[in-house]
Every structure is written in C-alpha cells, then in structure tokens.
Ligand binder design. Structure first.
Ligand SMILES: [Zn+2]
Length: 205
C-alpha cells in the first residue's frame, strides 16, 4: 500500500462525543491560512483516489486542540463544523477522544505528539507538496522515520528529540512522501515557515 495515499484512513481508536462545533474565534486564524494553502495545493485532495491531504491545528489549552476534520481536503473553505476539538489522546493505546460533529484528522495523534513534546508550540500545519518536499529533502531538513509516524509513543519520543528547545520550524516525516510539518508559537509563525519555503521554490522554478 502506498503510504502517501494511505493517510485518509483513521488508524486510531476514536471516541467522538457529539458536541457543538468549535467557536469561530478558535478556528478563524488557521482557516485564513488553510484557504491560502488550498489555493497553493498544499492542502487538497488527490484526484484519482479522492483522499484528502493536509491538516491544521491550534492548541487551546494544555494538550487539547482544534483540528481540521477528516476528509475535508476537497473543500476550498471550511466552516466551524468542519473543525473538531481533540480533548484527550493516549499514545500507548492509540486512542483519541474528540468533541464535535465530524471525526478529527487521521493525523491527530501526530499533532498530539508534537504538542506533548513542547508546551511552547501553539500551532501545527501539516501540508503536502511534492517538489517542495524534494527541495527540503535535498537540504537535509530534520525528519523522523516513517515507522514512528502516525502517532505512537516512539513518534512522541522522536519528535521530543527533534523539538528539544525548538519552538518554530519545519520537519519531514520519512515515508509520507509529500508530507511537511510546520510548528510554531503563533499561527503566523507556523504559516510563514511554509510560505517562506514555498516562495523559495517559486523563485527556483
Ligand atoms: Zn500527510
């Protein structure tokens, strides 16, 4: 099975508690970036497989966060009900508890592992882009192994090593062929990390 196309599928045990959608003010800042990323095809849907890619999240308090819902990649704009609140995760058991109207992104545990690794990180954007990814790979940007991706205690440890004293930046998950992860202390920083490299790519082409 191709890892790249594999990611729409939820691999954790999900408990979805029916609850109102997140508040507008909890998602508006990341939605602004998502709309831009959609236009740049950093978020979207693989046309043949009809599988969405790209997910964005924002920490609310402690280790709870709002995240884009599963299978929303094809939508140019998201409403609040397309976002879900992740309220509890267990990496050992591979379980996620969320509140909202739709299942959270299939990569929720990866986001959780990053928030857990560094309390200063407030925001995580995970995008896909083949040539951007290639450019970063050539630059030997930090990466973690595919076998620890998708949320696990091993992933959390790998991420913790990577993010030690690092509050903003970019890394790759090996094996997720197009995947790029940006993290930051503000939504703006997190978005700009990606936009900066995207501009560099545009200049090269
Ligand atoms: Zn991905």
């Amino acid at each position: 099975m191709n890892n790249l196309r594999d990611e729409g599928e939820i691999k954790f045990r999900l408990t979805l508690k029916r609850a109102p959608a997140p508040e507008q003010n909890q998602v508006i800042a990341i939605e602004k970036w998502r709309a831009l990323f959609y236009r740049l095809s950093l978020v979207g849907e693989y046309p043949t497989e009809k599988i969405g890619y790209g997910n964005l999240s924002y920490r609310l308090h402690r280790n709870t966060f709002v995240i884009t819902g599963s299978q929303t990649g094809h939508l140019p704009h998201l409403q609040t009900h397309h976002y879900t609140k992740v309220i509890e995760c267990d990496l050992k058991r591979g379980s996620v508890t969320a509140e909202g109207l739709i299942p959270p992104s299939s990569e929720s545990l990866t986001h959780y592992g990053i928030y857990l690794a560094n309390p200063s990180i407030q925001c995580i954007f995970h995008v896909h882009h083949q040539s951007l990814r290639q450019m970063l790979k050539n630059r030997k940007i930090d990466s973690i192994n595919e076998d620890v991706a998708y949320g696990s205690q091993d992933m959390a440890n790998a991420v913790a090593n990577l993010l030690d004293k690092k509050n903003s930046g970019i890394f790759l998950i090996k094996g997720q062929e197009d995947g790029i992860i940006s993290f930051g202390m503000t939504v703006e920083d997190t978005g700009k990390n990606i936009l900066d490299i995207y501009r560099q790519l545009a200049v090269r082409q």
